[in-house]
Design a protein around this ligand. Structure first.
Ligand code: UDP
Length: 241
């Protein structure tokens, strides 16, 4: 069962990993479209200053907690929520496509990343039906939207970074029926082996974000000050209640 709660005015769904996967299966089986947002503190801070982005998040069918910051903010509100990260969840969706013979579309990352990824996936899953794959650097958005529409995917993984991927999906959702679409940031870089994921112990300790900042110091500016501001405001919110 899903319960929608609000963090600083933005929705997050309290749902288990398995139930989130089940909700995708249900949407696919019933030919419904679904936008999934994997939300983190930077996105929440960004949406506070970007009304259009906030509206896209609010109109998404499923908003899942990605990142330890969102988990802590939910805990302060009395909700225990497991992390549902883009890398893990999209991997489960790919497995679902292979098992249930669903049409899969991929958009995002540099050309060498997406082409390595397609080769890797084809080698790993013999029956995977990839109906569309394109890098994330294009000028004509309408052309790409129409190409994806015509490929009629049932699962669409969009790795353009946030908020670009959420806006792209919201446009596609208006054109395409029966597709589950999720924004997954840099997940293709990880899947293809171009970027290394944090060791399991860092992930378990909720420190994957710190590992990524150490490996890619340019991320520092994205996380700071968004993360401390978000946590500070979450504490104030919980004290007020
Ligand atoms: N990206 C893209 N098109 C763009 C900008 C970015 O395809 O116009 C890709 C970029 O190559 C990277 C991903 O989007 O693969 C963003 O990754 P990032 O690590 O910034 O996202 P996060 O995982 O932090 O959300």
């Amino acid at each position: 069962m899903t319960k929608r709660v609000y963090l600083q005015g933005l929705p997050v769904d309290i749902i288990s990993y398995n139930d989130a996967l089940e909700s995708v299966k249900y949407a696919v089986d019933n030919g419904e479209s679904m936008q999934i947002v994997t939300i983190n503190p930077e996105m929440i801070e960004c949406a506070k200053n970007n009304k259009d982005f906030a509206n896209v998040i609010k109109h998404s069918e499923l908003v899942v907690a990605d990142g330890v910051g969102v988990k802590i903010a939910l805990k302060l509100k009395g909700f225990s929520q497991e992390r549902i990260g883009g890398v893990d969840f999209s991997r489960s969706l790919i497995e679902m496509c292979a098992k249930d013979n669903l049409r899969l579309a991929l958009l995002g990352a540099k050309e060498e990343v997406i082409s390595t990824l397609v080769d890797k996936l084809k080698a790993e899953f013999e029956n995977l039906n990839i109906v569309y794959a394109h890098n994330g650097y294009f000028d004509n958005e309408n052309l790409i939207l129409n190409e994806i529409k015509n490929a009629r995917p049932q699962i669409f993984l969009c790795a353009l970074g946030s908020p670009k991927q959420e806006f792209f999906i919201s446009r596609l959702k208006e054109m395409l029926q029966g597709c589950t679409m999720i924004g997954i940031g840099g997940s293709f870089d990880v899947f293809s082996g171009h970027v290394q994921r944090a060791p399991l112990i860092w992930q378990k300790l909720g420190l994957e974000w710190l590992y990524r900042v150490i490996k890619q110091p340019e991320r520092f500016r994205r996380i700071f000050p968004a993360l401390p501001i978000f946590l500070f405001e979450s504490i104030i919110d919980s004290v007020k209640k």
